[in-house]
Design a protein around this ligand. Sequence first.
Ligand SMILES: C[S@@+](CC[C@H](N)C(=O)[O-])C[C@H]1O[C@@H](n2cnc3c(N)ncnc32)[C@H](O)[C@@H]1O
Length: 281
Amino acid sequence: MTRRNSGRQSGKGGGATTRGPSGRSYRNDTGLTRQPKKMRGRKPSSQRWLTRQLNDPFVAEAKSRGFRSRAALKLEQIDNRYELLKPGMAIVDLGCAPGGWLQIVADRCKLGSSGAVLVGIDLLETDVVEGVEIFVGDMTDPEMLDKVRGAVGGRAHGVMSDMAAATTGHRPTDHLRTTALLEAALDFAIEVLVEDGFFVAKCFRGGTEKSVLDIMQANFTTVRHVKPAASRQESVESYVLATGFHGRGGWSGSEAASEGDAEADGKADGLADTDTGYSPI
Ligand SMILES: C[S@@+](CC[C@H](N)C(=O)[O-])C[C@H]1O[C@@H](n2cnc3c(N)ncnc32)[C@H](O)[C@@H]1O
Protein backbone atom coordinates (compact mmCIF):
# COMPACT_ATOMS: atom_id res chain seq x y z
CA MET A 1 0.00 0.00 0.00
CA THR A 2 1.31 3.45 -0.79
CA ARG A 3 0.35 6.73 0.73
CA ARG A 4 1.56 10.21 0.21
CA ASN A 5 2.84 12.02 3.21
CA SER A 6 1.37 15.42 3.88
CA GLY A 7 4.33 17.72 3.17
CA ARG A 8 4.47 20.14 0.26
CA GLN A 9 5.78 18.79 -3.00
CA SER A 10 8.35 20.26 -5.30
CA GLY A 11 10.89 19.05 -7.83
CA LYS A 12 11.03 18.27 -11.52
CA GLY A 13 10.18 15.29 -13.67
CA GLY A 14 9.75 11.94 -12.00
CA GLY A 15 11.83 12.76 -8.95
CA ALA A 16 9.31 14.79 -7.01
CA THR A 17 10.48 15.64 -3.55
CA THR A 18 8.33 16.34 -0.56
CA ARG A 19 9.56 18.95 1.82
CA GLY A 20 8.56 18.99 5.44
CA PRO A 21 7.59 22.15 7.22
CA SER A 22 11.23 22.75 8.14
CA GLY A 23 12.25 22.60 4.48
CA ARG A 24 13.78 19.17 4.95
CA SER A 25 13.19 16.89 1.98
CA TYR A 26 11.59 13.48 1.92
CA ARG A 27 11.65 11.03 -0.95
CA ASN A 28 8.03 10.64 -1.71
CA ASP A 29 7.25 9.64 -5.27
CA THR A 30 5.83 6.39 -4.13
CA GLY A 31 4.55 7.47 -0.77
CA LEU A 32 6.16 5.63 2.10
CA THR A 33 9.70 4.87 1.10
CA ARG A 34 11.39 4.13 4.42
CA GLN A 35 10.66 0.94 6.29
CA PRO A 36 11.20 0.39 10.02
CA LYS A 37 13.85 -2.22 10.78
CA LYS A 38 12.03 -4.38 13.30
CA MET A 39 8.75 -5.36 11.69
CA ARG A 40 8.70 -9.10 12.36
CA GLY A 41 6.17 -10.25 14.91
CA ARG A 42 4.24 -6.99 14.79
CA LYS A 43 0.57 -6.75 13.88
CA PRO A 44 -0.12 -5.23 10.44
CA SER A 45 -1.76 -2.20 12.08
CA SER A 46 1.35 -1.66 14.19
CA GLN A 47 3.58 -2.06 11.11
CA ARG A 48 1.51 0.55 9.27
CA TRP A 49 1.71 2.93 12.23
CA LEU A 50 5.49 2.54 12.50
CA THR A 51 5.99 3.05 8.78
CA ARG A 52 3.79 6.13 8.80
CA GLN A 53 5.63 7.58 11.78
CA LEU A 54 8.98 7.04 10.11
CA ASN A 55 7.89 8.83 6.96
CA ASP A 56 5.87 11.60 8.49
CA PRO A 57 7.51 15.01 8.04
CA PHE A 58 5.68 16.38 11.06
CA VAL A 59 7.07 13.63 13.28
CA ALA A 60 10.56 14.59 12.11
CA GLU A 61 9.81 18.27 12.57
CA ALA A 62 8.47 17.77 16.10
CA LYS A 63 11.48 15.64 17.03
CA SER A 64 14.02 18.07 15.66
CA ARG A 65 12.42 20.95 17.55
CA GLY A 66 12.35 19.04 20.82
CA PHE A 67 8.59 18.64 21.06
CA ARG A 68 7.21 15.61 22.84
CA SER A 69 4.58 14.96 20.20
CA ARG A 70 3.68 15.88 16.66
CA ALA A 71 0.43 17.14 18.23
CA ALA A 72 2.43 20.16 19.40
CA LEU A 73 2.64 21.29 15.78
CA LYS A 74 -1.14 21.13 15.44
CA LEU A 75 -1.65 23.55 18.31
CA GLU A 76 1.18 25.74 17.06
CA GLN A 77 -0.47 25.96 13.62
CA ILE A 78 -3.86 26.75 15.12
CA ASP A 79 -2.34 29.42 17.33
CA ASN A 80 -0.28 30.92 14.50
CA ARG A 81 -3.51 31.49 12.69
CA TYR A 82 -5.85 32.54 15.50
CA GLU A 83 -3.46 34.02 18.08
CA LEU A 84 -5.20 32.49 21.06
CA LEU A 85 -2.29 32.21 23.48
CA LYS A 86 -0.97 35.30 25.20
CA PRO A 87 1.33 35.95 28.15
CA GLY A 88 -0.37 35.80 31.53
CA MET A 89 -3.22 33.55 30.55
CA ALA A 90 -4.69 30.75 32.67
CA ILE A 91 -5.05 27.65 30.51
CA VAL A 92 -6.31 24.11 31.11
CA ASP A 93 -5.12 21.24 28.90
CA LEU A 94 -7.37 18.17 29.08
CA GLY A 95 -5.64 15.02 27.86
CA CYS A 96 -2.19 16.60 28.01
CA ALA A 97 0.18 13.59 27.76
CA PRO A 98 2.89 13.39 26.61
CA GLY A 99 2.95 17.18 26.85
CA GLY A 100 3.43 18.71 23.40
CA TRP A 101 0.59 21.20 23.83
CA LEU A 102 1.89 22.08 27.29
CA GLN A 103 5.25 22.96 25.72
CA ILE A 104 3.59 25.29 23.21
CA VAL A 105 1.40 26.97 25.83
CA ALA A 106 4.26 27.34 28.32
CA ASP A 107 6.29 29.11 25.67
CA ARG A 108 3.60 31.34 24.21
CA CYS A 109 2.00 32.32 27.53
CA LYS A 110 5.48 32.94 28.97
CA LEU A 111 4.92 30.64 31.89
CA GLY A 112 7.14 31.54 34.81
CA SER A 113 7.52 35.23 33.98
CA SER A 114 4.05 36.53 33.18
CA GLY A 115 1.78 35.19 35.92
CA ALA A 116 0.40 32.62 33.49
CA VAL A 117 -1.12 29.47 34.98
CA LEU A 118 -1.12 26.15 33.16
CA VAL A 119 -2.84 23.02 34.39
CA GLY A 120 -2.97 19.65 32.64
CA ILE A 121 -4.63 16.32 33.24
CA ASP A 122 -4.28 12.94 31.59
CA LEU A 123 -5.02 9.30 32.28
CA LEU A 124 -1.33 8.71 31.66
CA GLU A 125 1.72 10.10 33.41
CA THR A 126 3.13 13.22 31.78
CA ASP A 127 6.77 14.13 32.28
CA VAL A 128 7.28 17.33 34.21
CA VAL A 129 6.96 20.62 32.38
CA GLU A 130 8.48 23.37 34.49
CA GLY A 131 5.78 25.42 36.19
CA VAL A 132 2.84 23.29 35.07
CA GLU A 133 0.53 21.51 37.51
CA ILE A 134 -0.25 18.12 36.04
CA PHE A 135 -2.78 15.62 37.35
CA VAL A 136 -2.97 11.95 36.52
CA GLY A 137 -6.56 10.82 36.28
CA ASP A 138 -9.79 10.75 34.35
CA MET A 139 -11.19 14.17 33.57
CA THR A 140 -14.71 12.72 33.55
CA ASP A 141 -14.28 11.94 37.26
CA PRO A 142 -15.83 14.90 39.17
CA GLU A 143 -13.19 14.63 41.91
CA MET A 144 -10.37 14.97 39.40
CA LEU A 145 -12.12 17.86 37.75
CA ASP A 146 -12.44 19.60 41.13
CA LYS A 147 -8.68 19.35 41.49
CA VAL A 148 -8.11 20.83 38.05
CA ARG A 149 -10.61 23.60 38.73
CA GLY A 150 -8.89 24.40 42.03
CA ALA A 151 -5.43 24.42 40.48
CA VAL A 152 -6.43 26.96 37.84
CA GLY A 153 -8.16 29.12 40.45
CA GLY A 154 -11.66 28.44 39.18
CA ARG A 155 -11.32 30.59 36.05
CA ALA A 156 -9.50 30.11 32.77
CA HIS A 157 -8.90 32.11 29.60
CA GLY A 158 -8.69 28.96 27.55
CA VAL A 159 -9.69 25.32 27.81
CA MET A 160 -8.06 22.91 25.37
CA SER A 161 -8.77 19.26 24.79
CA ASP A 162 -6.82 16.92 22.54
CA MET A 163 -8.46 13.93 24.22
CA ALA A 164 -9.20 10.87 22.18
CA ALA A 165 -10.72 7.68 23.51
CA ALA A 166 -8.71 4.51 23.06
CA THR A 167 -9.81 3.12 19.72
CA THR A 168 -11.78 -0.09 19.42
CA GLY A 169 -11.45 -0.39 15.66
CA HIS A 170 -15.21 0.09 15.34
CA ARG A 171 -15.44 3.57 13.89
CA PRO A 172 -18.96 4.53 15.09
CA THR A 173 -18.09 3.45 18.63
CA ASP A 174 -14.80 5.35 18.57
CA HIS A 175 -16.59 8.39 17.26
CA LEU A 176 -19.23 8.30 20.00
CA ARG A 177 -16.63 7.86 22.72
CA THR A 178 -14.50 10.73 21.52
CA THR A 179 -17.59 12.91 21.16
CA ALA A 180 -18.48 12.10 24.79
CA LEU A 181 -15.05 13.40 25.80
CA LEU A 182 -15.61 16.52 23.74
CA GLU A 183 -18.91 17.04 25.54
CA ALA A 184 -17.28 16.64 28.96
CA ALA A 185 -14.55 19.10 28.00
CA LEU A 186 -17.10 21.61 26.78
CA ASP A 187 -19.11 21.32 30.01
CA PHE A 188 -15.98 22.12 31.96
CA ALA A 189 -15.08 25.01 29.65
CA ILE A 190 -18.50 26.60 30.02
CA GLU A 191 -18.10 26.40 33.76
CA VAL A 192 -14.65 27.98 34.07
CA LEU A 193 -14.09 30.24 31.06
CA VAL A 194 -13.89 34.00 31.55
CA GLU A 195 -15.70 36.38 29.22
CA ASP A 196 -14.11 36.18 25.76
CA GLY A 197 -12.33 32.92 26.62
CA PHE A 198 -11.66 30.23 24.04
CA PHE A 199 -12.20 26.50 23.72
CA VAL A 200 -10.34 24.27 21.30
CA ALA A 201 -10.94 20.56 21.13
CA LYS A 202 -10.43 17.49 19.04
CA CYS A 203 -13.59 16.55 17.24
CA PHE A 204 -14.21 13.67 14.87
CA ARG A 205 -16.29 14.67 11.94
CA GLY A 206 -19.27 12.43 11.33
CA GLY A 207 -22.50 13.92 12.45
CA THR A 208 -23.03 13.02 16.08
CA GLU A 209 -21.17 16.04 17.35
CA LYS A 210 -23.87 18.36 16.00
CA SER A 211 -25.61 18.70 19.38
CA VAL A 212 -22.27 19.64 20.93
CA LEU A 213 -21.66 22.23 18.22
CA ASP A 214 -25.10 23.67 18.93
CA ILE A 215 -24.14 24.21 22.56
CA MET A 216 -20.92 25.90 21.47
CA GLN A 217 -22.75 28.20 19.11
CA ALA A 218 -25.05 29.15 21.93
CA ASN A 219 -22.21 30.10 24.23
CA PHE A 220 -19.48 31.52 21.98
CA THR A 221 -19.42 34.25 19.38
CA THR A 222 -17.68 32.15 16.74
CA VAL A 223 -17.33 28.41 16.22
CA ARG A 224 -15.07 27.00 13.53
CA HIS A 225 -13.79 23.67 12.37
CA VAL A 226 -10.04 23.79 11.93
CA LYS A 227 -7.89 21.14 10.30
CA PRO A 228 -4.24 22.07 10.86
CA ALA A 229 -1.71 20.85 8.30
CA ALA A 230 -0.16 18.55 10.91
CA SER A 231 -3.46 16.67 11.27
CA ARG A 232 -3.32 13.84 8.77
CA GLN A 233 -5.52 14.55 5.79
CA GLU A 234 -6.83 10.99 5.73
CA SER A 235 -7.81 11.16 9.39
CA VAL A 236 -11.36 11.97 10.50
CA GLU A 237 -9.75 14.08 13.19
CA SER A 238 -10.46 17.76 13.12
CA TYR A 239 -10.56 20.47 15.76
CA VAL A 240 -13.34 22.72 16.80
CA LEU A 241 -12.38 26.19 17.89
CA ALA A 242 -14.84 28.35 19.77
CA THR A 243 -13.88 31.92 20.59
CA GLY A 244 -15.56 34.86 22.30
CA PHE A 245 -17.13 33.00 25.20
CA HIS A 246 -20.17 34.83 26.55
CA GLY A 247 -21.91 31.94 28.28
CA ARG A 248 -25.37 33.25 27.64
CA GLY A 249 -26.46 29.81 26.63
CA GLY A 250 -29.18 30.86 24.23
CA TRP A 251 -28.83 30.49 20.49
CA SER A 252 -26.57 33.38 19.55
CA GLY A 253 -27.35 33.23 15.85
CA SER A 254 -23.65 33.67 15.16
CA GLU A 255 -21.94 32.07 12.26
CA ALA A 256 -20.58 28.56 12.51
CA ALA A 257 -17.85 28.44 9.96
CA SER A 258 -16.28 25.30 8.64
CA GLU A 259 -12.76 25.80 7.54
CA GLY A 260 -10.23 23.77 5.63
CA ASP A 261 -6.61 23.86 6.56
CA ALA A 262 -5.53 27.44 5.95
CA GLU A 263 -1.89 26.47 5.51
CA ALA A 264 -2.67 23.83 2.94
CA ASP A 265 -5.21 26.01 1.19
CA GLY A 266 -2.99 29.06 1.44
CA LYS A 267 -6.07 31.14 2.13
CA ALA A 268 -8.70 31.70 4.75
CA ASP A 269 -11.69 30.98 2.53
CA GLY A 270 -13.22 34.35 3.29
CA LEU A 271 -13.70 33.64 6.97
CA ALA A 272 -13.67 36.70 9.15
CA ASP A 273 -11.16 36.36 11.96
CA THR A 274 -12.54 37.31 15.32
CA ASP A 275 -10.40 39.39 17.62
CA THR A 276 -10.71 37.24 20.72
CA GLY A 277 -8.47 39.36 22.93
CA TYR A 278 -8.77 38.40 26.58
CA SER A 279 -9.69 39.99 29.84
CA PRO A 280 -7.47 39.51 32.87
CA ILE A 281 -9.17 37.36 35.51
C1 LIG B 1 -3.64 12.75 21.40
S1 LIG B 1 -3.18 12.52 23.06
C2 LIG B 1 -2.82 14.16 23.58
C3 LIG B 1 -1.54 14.70 23.02
C4 LIG B 1 -1.16 16.02 23.64
N1 LIG B 1 -2.07 17.08 23.22
C5 LIG B 1 0.23 16.43 23.29
O1 LIG B 1 0.40 17.46 22.65
O2 LIG B 1 1.17 15.74 23.67
C6 LIG B 1 -4.73 12.24 23.82
C7 LIG B 1 -4.65 12.01 25.30
O3 LIG B 1 -5.96 12.05 25.86
C8 LIG B 1 -5.91 11.27 27.04
N2 LIG B 1 -7.25 10.98 27.52
C9 LIG B 1 -8.21 10.24 26.92
N3 LIG B 1 -9.30 10.15 27.70
C10 LIG B 1 -9.03 10.88 28.82
C11 LIG B 1 -9.76 11.16 30.00
N4 LIG B 1 -10.99 10.69 30.18
N5 LIG B 1 -9.19 11.93 30.95
C12 LIG B 1 -7.93 12.40 30.78
N6 LIG B 1 -7.18 12.16 29.67
C13 LIG B 1 -7.73 11.41 28.72
C14 LIG B 1 -5.14 10.05 26.61
O4 LIG B 1 -4.61 9.35 27.70
C15 LIG B 1 -4.07 10.66 25.69
O5 LIG B 1 -2.84 10.82 26.36
